[in-house]
Design a protein around this ligand. Structure first.
Ligand SMILES: [Zn+2]
Length: 300
């Protein structure tokens, strides 16, 4: 399965195929290989299946999702009863070796924190409650960046204020935090609650509202997973020395499948510099993905 939405800027993409086989955008958009490299792979695979070019294959279910790049992810809305299969293959790990598999994926929470203060004229700060100072206090009570080992916390958007000469009565900050372990994720959730308490102690006339949305649940694939062993065999038969197991701090649709009892393998997609106008892949990588896919539908 794969998702077919892309990040911005992603309109009027003009892919350029260079003589060395490298594929890029024309420089003003993303390429969209994340995750259309997989869309192309699946379509090419279906083409081969329909032409009966793949012998002795297993039954295959194909699924395209939307909203993988935004939360909540489209895959979480799927009707999982629809699937008979117990294994899901997703080529969606960019910026890594093509022969890599995510065996531990992060828990990701997206949050919005609103600070409600009170406006007053800039010359009368005592009459107001400055929502920006509340936000500042909140952020200072958290460890932004790398709060704990194997976790991150970022504030990506800041919104607020009404005029240059007015104490802001409302500020909204939003961002995300990610951890490879559930316990660490819980710790950060707790830190948010404590930071809120600190703000309310310092600004008793203000208010703070935290809106925490679980973007995706992390997961771990057992080293003894039979399907992992099968996959590694398949990669070896495609000329790779091994299937490299990696930890990922990014989200993928594999999380939704794991949550519903379908073992989701998020594999290298051969694309690099995802989410930037420098995104690229190669013809060789796309051909490799097709070769791997063919062997997967036979080998599982
Ligand atoms: Zn992406």
């Amino acid at each position: 399965m794969c998702s077919y939405d892309t990040v911005s800027p992603g309109k009027n993409i003009k892919p350029i195929v260079k003589s060395n086989g490298k594929i890029t955008s024309s420089g003003d958009t993303v390429l969209g290989a994340d995750n259309k490299a997989s869309v192309a792979t699946i379509l090419a695979l279906v083409d081969k299946i329909s032409k009966r070019e793949i012998k002795n294959r297993h039954a295959v279910e194909i699924c395209f999702t939307v909203q993988e790049e935004v939360s909540p992810s489209g895959a979480s809305q799927l009707n999982f009863d629809f699937f008979d299969g117990k294994v899901c293959i997703i080529f969606d790990e960019g910026d890594s070796l093509i022969n890599s598999v995510v065996t531990r994926a992060a828990y990701i929470d997206e949050f919005e924190v609103e600070f409600f203060g009170k406006s007053s004229h800039a010359s009368l700060p005592k009459d107001g409650v400055n929502a920006l100072l509340m936000a500042n206090e909140f952020i200072n009570n958290l460890k932004v960046g790398v709060p704990y080992k194997e976790s991150t916390l970022n504030f990506g958007l800041i919104f607020g204020g009404t005029a240059i000469n007015t104490i802001p009565n409302y500020i909204k900050v939003s961002g995300d935090f990610r951890s490879n372990f559930f316990e660490t994720q819980e710790k950060i959730r707790e830190d948010f609650k404590n930071a809120k308490e600190k703000v309310l102690q310092k600004f008793p006339n203000g208010d703070v509202k935290i809106n925490d949305i679980i973007y995706c649940k992390g997961y771990e694939i057992s080293k003894n997973s039979k399907n992992l062993v099968r996959l590694e065999k398949i990669y070896k038969s495609c000329g790779f020395e091994s299937l490299v197991q990696i930890e990922s701090q990014g989200g993928s649709d594999a999380s939704s499948f794991m949550e519903h009892g379908i073992e989701g393998f998020c594999l290298g997609d051969g694309s690099f510099r995802n989410h930037s106008v420098e995104e690229w892949t190669t013809i060789e990588n796309l051909e490799k993905l097709l070769e791997i896919s063919e062997k997967i539908v036979i080998g599982f």
